[in-house]
Every structure is written in structure tokens, then in C-alpha cells.
Design a binder for this molecule. Structure first.
Ligand code: NZQ
Ligand code: ZN
Length: 395
């Protein structure tokens, strides 16, 4: 196991009614005028907007609003938020929504403290953003999936070709996040299940690394969280107001990327499925979780084919996570992938890129763009031709 530093500076207020801490906790961070940011208006329909305003009023906090942040958030919303924050002399940012709203707010938090264009703050070659200061940010999570509520990353869509670019810096960790599972009751089935696929993928991206790292604590904990996600997602499908299932999925979302805890002690930061999946969102504005579910089984089979020395990790996943009972490693690994496909189908993920209305002639461009900053992956190095093979297989 490599050396590591573990630090989750975000305080999580988890459970029913935790919004009651909002006003006073903003004040402990010297907030007096809040930039309140949200998406397309779901929070106005489900009561979260009113509950938030009531808390701000009770604490005598002024606020200005940034609304209309779209899924796969655009840099234009970030710039609008930076302007609003500055023009109104805000001193605190409150993001109320899913990952898209949270990510836009993280970029705003960094942007308001930087004199140049916010696009300078995307990650550099070493995978970190050059950020010297950020405004204080808190989140009220309304949808489980991305883990943005407890991590230091943000993904923003930029330019004519809708390229998804990343900001990553410890200063982007929210000061605190309010995680009330009841707030996720109204998330439509499509987004609830895409969130599940996203959580599972975050866990798998950190799990499928070379065995030699000997990170047993991280990997066994990771397996436990993956099993819970697979067990509880169908309960949400059956009853969107199943509190315990919503709670487990919400906490799994937060834990999956908190301090990147399941990558600790391992070198690098692979996330190849995200590298390829973002290109599907760029070209088709596809829901993030769907992109990952579509590519994962093909990526697994391709990895086994090109780097068979990693078979034991796939066999372990099959046995410990997918409950495969099979002594032979190769057979176990394949059975694990098949069971994963059955799970994706059960949570209504599209079955293939073709089913998701992707055009086969676009695959090459997407494969090329996925690796434009370098090859992806750690088990096997994915260049353009490899990415294309994986996408062709997923087609
Ligand atoms: O915009 P509103 O009206 O709020 O509606 C949203 C949106 O349409 C709706 N929604 C959210 N909470 C709701 C609700 N509808 C009813 N009731 C509620 N309680 O759900 C839709 C999707 O929201 P969005 O925020 O886009 O979803 P998600 O949380 O999946 O975020 C996706 C974004 O996060 C990025 C993705 O790339 C994508 O841009 N990611 C961020 C990461 C991070 N910061 O660490 C890591 C991830 O891998 C991911 O890349
Ligand atoms: Zn993700």
C-alpha cells in the first residue's frame, strides 16, 4: 500500500430535517449574503426551495438567486454565477440540487476568487487545478449519484463541442452538505437509476486496479458499498419513498468519492469509464450515469482480453460483489459481468449504444476525443483504437 493523506473537510448533516442547521451554520462561516443556486425548478415544485428560504429568513441572511443550471452544466451558467456573486457582494454560495448544480457552484466558488477566465482553472497535466482561493460553499443535495457533495471535483461543459472538463482541488470541498434522503423522493425514476449507475461506477473505477497494491481495507469496504447499492436500488424502483433505501443510496453516493477513500494507497487516478463516458455526454448530452452503464461491461471484457493477468480482480468482484459461486476464475469473471448486465437491465439502463440512439459513425471521433489528454486506465492502457473497440462492442 502506498503512502497517502486522508482528509474529508466537508461536514455532512445527514437525515430528516437537517435543513434546520442551515442558517446558523452559514453564519459560522461568516456568510451574510448568499448566492443561492439551483437547476431547472424541481426544488420549487417539491418544497425544498421554500424550506431553504425559510431557513435563510430565520437567520436574517440576504440572498440573490442563480437559476436554470442545466444537467451537464455549461460554463455560461458558471460565468453568470460569478457575475451575480460579484455584482451583489455575496460572501457565501449555497448549491441546492444534484451534481450539475453543485459542480457549477464549485466552479463559481473558484472563479470569484480568480481575476482571469475561469477556464484557466481546469485541471493541469498533473490532474489538479491551479486554485489559490475559493469562496465558501455549502450544498443541499436533492439527488444521489455524483458524490460531488463530499468531494473536491467539478465537471463543466465548455465550448462548441461541449467538451466536459474537470476542476479538482481540495479548496472545492463544500464546507458542509445537507443530506436529507426525503429530498430525493421526487427524483424521476430515470435520474434516480442513472444516479445508482454513477455510484456503482465510481466504486468500480476505484476497485479495478492491480492486485499488487494490497489495499484490503479499501477494497473490502468498497465491495460492501457496491453490494448495498445493488441490493437497495430495486427497492427505490418499487417504492420511491422507501426512506431507508433512499438513505442507503444517498450515503453510498457520498461515501463512494469521499476523499477518494477507495483509491487511497493506490497510484494514479484512472477512471477510464468516465473518460470515455464524458464523450457520450458531450456529443449527445446523454445522462452521465447512462454513459457509464453502457460502457462498463464492454470495458470489462476488453480488459480481460488485453490484460488477462488481471483476471483475479474480476473473479474477486464476481464472487464478492455479484455473489457468483464458481471455482474457475475465467468462468467466474464472465458470470460476474453477465450478472452486472442483468442488474443494469433491471434498473432500466439502455442496453446498447444503438438503443441509446448513438450513431455508429460518431464512435471514432468520440474515441479520439476521449484520449486527447493521454491514454486512459490502469489495468490496461486505453488509446484511441482501444476506446473505439470498447465503444464498438457497446454499440
Ligand atoms: O434541474 P432540476 O430542475 O433540479 O432537475 C434535475 C435534473 O433535471 C433533477 N432533479 C434533481 N433533484 C431532483 C430532481 N428532480 C426532482 N426532484 C429532485 N429532488 O434531476 C436531473 C438531473 O440532475 P443533475 O444534477 O444533472 O444530475 P446528477 O446529480 O447526476 O449530476 C450530473 C453531473 O455531475 C457530473 C456529471 O458529469 C454531470 O455533469 N459529475 C460530477 C462529479 C463530481 N463532482 O465529483 C463526479 C461524477 O462522476 C460526474 O462526472
Ligand atoms: Zn460519475
Amino acid at each position: 500500500m502506498d503512502n497517502f493523506v486522508y482528509n474529508i473537510p466537508t461536514i455532512a448533516y445527514f437525515g430528516k430535517g437537517q435543513i434546520n442547521v442551515l442558517g446558523e451554520t452559514i453564519k459560522t462561516h461568516d456568510g451574510s449574503k448568499v448566492l443561492l443556486a439551483y437547476g431547472g425548478g424541481s426544488i420549487k415544485r417539491n418544497g425544498i426551495y421554500d424550506a431553504t428560504l425559510e431557513q435563510l429568513r430565520k437567520a436574517d441572511l440576504e440572498h440573490v438567486e442563480l437559476s436554470g443550471i442545466k444537467p451537464n452544466p455549461r460554463i455560461e451558467s458558471v460565468q453568470e454565477g460569478i457575475n451575480l456573486y460579484r455584482e451583489n457582494n455575496c460572501d457565501f454560495i449555497l448549491a441546492v440540487g444534484g451534481g450539475s448544480t453543485l459542480d457549477a457552484c464549485k466552479a463559481i466558488a473558484a472563479g470569484v476568487k480568480y481575476d482571469g477566465p475561469v477556464t484557466d482553472l481546469f485541471v493541469n497535466e498533473s490532474g489538479v487545478s491551479d486554485i489559490a482561493a475559493a469562496a465558501p460553499l455549502a450544498t443541499i443535495l436533492t439527488m444521489a449519484g455524483t458524490g460531488s457533495e463530499l468531494d473536491m471535483g467539478a465537471v463543466i461543459t465548455v465550448g462548441e463541442d461541449h467538451k466536459k472538463k474537470v476542476l479538482m482541488h481540495p479548496l472545492l470541498n463544500p464546507k458542509f452538505s445537507i443530506l436529507d434522503p426525503e429530498y430525493t423522493y421526487t427524483v424521476p425514476e430515470h435520474h434516480s437509476m442513472a444516479g445508482v449507475a454513477d455510484i456503482l461506477c465510481h466504486l468500480m473505477e476505484q476497485y479495478f486496479t492491480p492486485e499488487v497494491h494490497n489495499t484490503k481495507v479499501q477494497d473490502r469496504m468498497n465491495e460492501g458499498v457496491m453490494k448495498v447499492v445493488i441490493e437497495d436500488a430495486p427497492k427505490i424502483l418499487a417504492d420511491p419513498q422507501d426512506y431507508d433505501a433512499r438513505a442507503n443510496i444517498m450515503w453510498a453516493s457520498s461515501m463512494a468519492l469521499a476523499g477518494f477513500q477507495f483509491m487511497l494507497g493506490k497510484p494514479g487516478f484512472p477512471f477510464p469509464l468516465h473518460g470515455m463516458g464524458h464523450e457520450l455526454s458531450s456529443m449527445y448530452d446523454m445522462t452521465h450515469g447512462h454513459t457509464l452503464a453502457l460502457l462498463t461491461p464492454s470495458w470489462m471484457r476488453y480488459t480481460l482480453l488485453t490484460a488477462p493477468e488481471h483476471l483475479p480482480v474480476f473473479a474477486r468482484f464476481a464472487r464478492n460483489v455479484m455473489d457468483v459461486q464458481e471455482a474457475d476464475d475465467a468462468k467466474a469473471a464472465e458470470a460476474g459481468i453477465k450478472k452486472l448486465e442483468v442488474f443494469y437491465a433491471s434498473i432500466k439502463m439502455p442496453a446498447s449504444l444503438r438503443d441509446a440512439d448513438v450513431k455508429q459513425e460518431d464512435l471514432e471521433v468520440m474515441a479520439e476525443k476521449a484520449v486527447e489528454r493521454g491514454n486512459l486506465g490502469i489495468l490496461t492502457s486505453i488509446g484511441k483504437e482501444d476506446a473505439l473497440q470498447i465503444m464498438e462492442d457497446a454499440f
